[in-house]
Design a protein around this ligand. Structure first.
Ligand code: NCD
Ligand code: ZN
Length: 344
């Protein structure tokens, strides 16, 4: 048994920089033609000049023979110049701008503390048709970490979309039924990415039977009812949902730590995991929409010409438990079940 789909894209990816980037990039270029590259480096990618330089470093690290196009983003700060953003989009340097509420996640200290301060940038983006990728979590200390996405929708996203209905928004790594319901109510200018791991794990996987740091990511996995809602959305074929793996490598000593970093590294086995999930949901015929068609349609980009074939095998497909990066080992996401789909 096999299926052939248009070559997938990853609409949310962390590549990092330096030796780490060189080690993780082939894990993505093996299966994906393009990826939206997250700008949360240290220091972040904030200007057009930063994005051009980072893009070049990525291009220099693409393995020989791989065809890969990094789709660059800028990290929105309260000092971002609207003119620089519009120029960067017009000349093709960037495809989107990323909003991190300050302190929401890994390397987000330069993020936004008050949306009013970035309104001129967002207005310019709405006029120029530049998409805004949102890390959709509030950071207020009094809001429970499991509620931070739902409260973001109510306090930040809904008011923003009322104020700027023409702004094209992507609610990234949706983790709740609340997020799915909010996107489902919307006709226009809102889409959601869903990660591989949030289709597979719920919060029990992190916490039951001993703490599992490699399942800890942000937004944190929620209860089972949310995972079910995400599966339904991802496998529905609905054009508003597409894959953003949020594959986020951290070396093992920083994950297996008293204050462990957030992030699951899924680049290596994402397509195998997704084929498994879509088959379980009797939706293999909708895998292509999720990984290869809906994203380009929303971003206004062509679908890839090339294809990818997945074949089902009797013996489980094995992946390395860890990859070596030159900075240390990075553990590959363990779905917790045997994988029988492999990329041909
Ligand atoms: C990401 C990272 O490590 O950069 N971590 C994560 O848990 N997803 C940051 C992010 O996307 O939130
Ligand atoms: Zn991310």
């Amino acid at each position: 048994m096999h299926i052939t789909i248009k070559r997938p894209d990853d609409w949310h990816l962390h590549l990092r920089d330096g030796a780490m980037m060189k080690a993780v990039l082939p894990e993505t270029t093996r299966d994906f033609a393009r990826a939206i590259i997250m700008p949360n480096l240290v220091p972040p990618v904030v200007t057009q000049t930063d994005a051009k330089a980072y893009r070049q470093r990525i291009m220099d690290a693409v393995p020989d023979g791989a065809a890969f196009e990094p789709l660059m983003t800028l990290y929105l700060t309260e000092a971002t110049d609207p003119g620089d953003v519009v120029a960067a989009h017009q000349n093709g340097t960037i495809k989107a701008v990323k909003l991190y509420p300050a302190g929401a996640t890994t390397n987000s200290a330069s993020g936004v503390t008050n949306m009013d301060r970035v309104m001129p940038v967002l207005e310019a983006m709405a006029d120029a048709g530049i998409p805004l990728c949102c890390h959709g979590e509030v950071t207020d200390a009094e809001i429970d970490i499991f509620d931070r996405e739902a409260v973001f929708i109510e306090r930040v996203l809904a008011p923003l979309r009322t104020r700027l209905p023409d702004l094209k928004v992507i609610m990234e790594h949706v983790t709740t039924k609340d997020g799915v319901d909010y996107i489902g109510e919307t006709e226009k200018n809102l889409a959601g990415t869903i990660t591989t791991h949030h289709l597979i794990i719920n919060r029990n996987h992190i916490l039951v039977g001993g703490i599992k740091p490699h399942y800890y990511c942000l937004p944190v996995a929620k209860r089972e009812l949310h995972r079910i809602a995400l599966r339904k959305a991802a496998t529905s074929g609905d054009g508003r949902y597409f894959l953003g793996t949020d594959s986020a490598p951290h070396i093992d000593p920083l994950k297996e730590n008293a204050c462990g970093c957030a992030g699951c590294f899924t680049a290596t086995n994402t397509m195998s995991c997704l084929a498994h999930v879509f088959e379980q949901e009797n939706a293999l015929d909708r895998l292509e929409a999720f990984t290869s068609l809906n994203g380009p349609a929303y971003y206004g980009l062509p679908v890839n010409q090339s294809t990818l074939t997945l074949e089902k095998t009797d013996t489980p497909v094995t992946y390395p438990v860890k990859i070596e990066t030159g900075e240390g080992h990075v553990t590959v996401f363990d779905p917790g079940f045997d994988l029988h789909w492999r990329v041909a």
